[in-house]
Write a protein that binds this ligand. Structure first.
Ligand code: NAG
Ligand code: NAG
Ligand code: NAG
Ligand code: NAG
Ligand code: NAG
Length: 509
């Protein structure tokens, strides 16, 4: 997420929307009516006429939550955040030219481009409401359109992470200033690609999105209709080139399938070794990743959380592939298993204080990066990636490490305590990490504390920010971050299911 780029709301939404406020600005202002609690949170939904998509089931979910939640500020936070993706980011929905193939272009919020990771997660926040439905006005159609568009993107440019609106939309491509100096192999077309950072979790996001749709609808025919099978084969082909070590046995440098360099004053925005990144040992079973889900470069390229996500959803999608191509399905489940074995053999470390825990990154030579970042996939999120159960012992040890001052990216203060990221300033915690902690927690005290921090730290704006100064809630980044908004809603829906009594409490102190 390139938080510095505030590129303005979509042009070309049509005359009816012309008077709609620019949400980049709207989301930095306080709007009445304020919620009736101590925090007096702003109302942040755009006018009904300005919302980019509406669904009856989301409207119902908001009404249900109003009844379930007693704290007026917490209820307002849900009301603002849960519909945020539908309200503000479904920038275009239609069909591919000359076809009945649905397409959904979902922007991240303040940046008018579709990130594979963000859009898969933005859709996931509505997964619990998803049912089979062939109507083009349905939630199922939004999912199908997102899968089809991601498939188009990945098939053409499998190393890239963020993309332009499809030609059919008539929306002009956005210029990405940050990418002006990028030198990337393989080359890409900037009218199609917004940014080309290779991140294993972006490819995994497509598999997650596919699985989420299949899991709730059972619609296996859909996956045979367009290019899904070829896209999955592309993912397999590409990730296999990323298993290879930097050096061949005889000392020659192996040919690299991807390199990236940018002219920048930020160490995490480019790759060392002339665009290759840190050397890795081959034969570990782990797939390399040049960048992290924060879009920052990895220090060691064998990035464990993305390998967890990849193994998890590659394995789950093998079941979908079974009906299409059993040979590919077998390759998928075998690959999923070998990545899992790589994680279990190479990705665990004995920590002096916490016992056996997962490392964030390794290189196969014995170096490990002991940290966690707020962005998902993270170590903290392993259970919500469906990689393991939350009561797994190594996970529980890892969790204690991640949520302690021993994690170099755990940020503490008087306003908020949570995991941050080298993507934002030192001293800034990300609400997203607290949300993930609550999604993976069974501890009522931890959950209540987390809700109190979340509801009290929005600077009255009533939206989930990217990061917050741990001592000053007014000092935050990214006013319009739809993924984080959706994730908050998803977490509250999950609590409504698992621990409804916690929603009857007050979070005012
Ligand atoms: C399918 O979705 C449409 C649009 O949201 C809705 O009106 C319709 O009731 C749904 N059909 C079923 C069977 O749920
Ligand atoms: C994947 O690789 C195989 C073997 O090289 C090749 O036959 C196939 O066409 C590739 N598939 C795609 C979709 O690129
Ligand atoms: C693990 O957690 C689940 C709930 O997530 C619980 O039902 C199960 O009993 C737990 N298993 C163990 C071994 O504690
Ligand atoms: C905002 O927070 C960052 C890091 O937390 C800090 O470096 C910066 O000085 C703060 N700005 C203000 C105006 O307080
Ligand atoms: C808190 O952050 C805001 C916004 O950056 C800044 O204007 C204000 O001075 C900061 N307050 C303190 C006490 O540092």
């Amino acid at each position: 997420m390139v938080s510095k780029l505030l590129l303005g709301l979509l042009a070309g939404l049509g005359a009816a929307v012309a008077q709609c406020p620019d949400y980049v600005t709207h989301s930095t202002q306080i709007h009445e009516p304020l919620s009736q609690g101590k925090y007096q949170l702003s109302y942040q939904r755009p006018d009904p006429a300005c919302r980019t998509f509406t669904l009856a089931e989301v409207k119902e979910a908001i009404l249900d939550m109003e009844h379930a939640v007693k704290d007026p500020d917490l209820a307002r936070l849900f009301e603002n955040t849960y519909p945020n993706t539908l309200d503000t980011t479904v920038s275009w929905k239609g069909v591919a030219s000359g076809s009945d193939e649905e397409l959904t272009f979902i922007t991240t919020g303040d940046i008018v481009a579709m990130w594979l990771r963000d859009s898969a997660n933005q859709m996931r926040s509505y997964k619990t409401l998803l049912k089979a439905n062939s109507s083009t006005d349905s939630l199922a159609s939004l999912f199908r359109g997102a899968i089809n568009l991601q498939s188009r993107y990945i098939f053409a440019s499998p190393f890239c992470n963020a993309f332009q609106a499809p030609a059919e939309s008539g929306l002009p491509p956005e210029h990405n200033n940050a990418a002006d100096t990028d030198e990337v192999t393989p080359d890409y077309d900037p009218s199609f690609v917004f940014e080309c950072k290779y991140e294993l979790d972006s490819l995994s996001a497509f598999l997650q999105l596919s699985y989420d749709y299949y899991d709730k609808t059972g619609d296996s025919n859909f996956f045979g209709k367009y290019n899904w099978v070829n896209t999955v084969e592309t993912i397999l082909n590409v990730t296999k080139t990323l298993l290879i070590g930097t050096y061949a046995d005889d000392g020659h440098v192996n040919e690299l399938s991807y390199t990236f360099q940018r002219t920048t004053n930020s160490a995490s925005e480019t790759l060392l070794n002339v665009g290759a990144g840190s050397p890795i040992k081959g034969g570990t079973g782990l797939v390399r990743s040049a960048f992290r889900p924060s879009d920052d470069s990895t220090i060691y390229q064998l990035f464990i959380p993305a390998n967890m996500m990849f193994s998890s959803y590659l394995g789950r999608c093998a079941e979908i592939m079974e009906n299409q191509n059993s040979g590919l399905a077998k390759q998928m489940s075998d690959f999923s298993t070998s990545v899992r074995n790589g994680i279990e053999q190479q990705g665990k470390v004995r920590h002096e204080a916490f016992g056996e825990i997962y490392a964030y990154e390794v290189d196969g030579y014995g170096s490990r990066n002991m940290m966690d970042d707020a962005n998902v996939p993270s170590l903290l999120s392993a259970p919500i990636l469906d990689y393991l159960d939350a009561n797994d012992t190594t996970y529980q040890n890892t969790r204690k490490f991640v949520l302690s001052a021993e994690n170099p990216y755990y940020m503490r203060g008087t306003v908020i305590n949570g995991v941050g990221s080298p993507h934002t300033h030192p001293g800034k915690a990300w609400p997203m990490s607290i949300i993930v902690a609550l999604l993976s927690s069974d501890d009522d005290d931890e959950i209540m504390k987390g809700l109190r921090m979340l509801v009290s730290s929005t600077a009255q704006l009533g939206l989930i920010h990217e990061s917050i100064d741990t001592f000053n809630a007014s000092n935050w980044s990214r006013q319009w971050f739809s993924w984080a908004n959706g994730l908050f809603g998803e977490m509250l829906l999950d609590l409504k299911d698992r621990k409804p009594y916690l929603l009857e409490l007050s979070y005012q102190d």
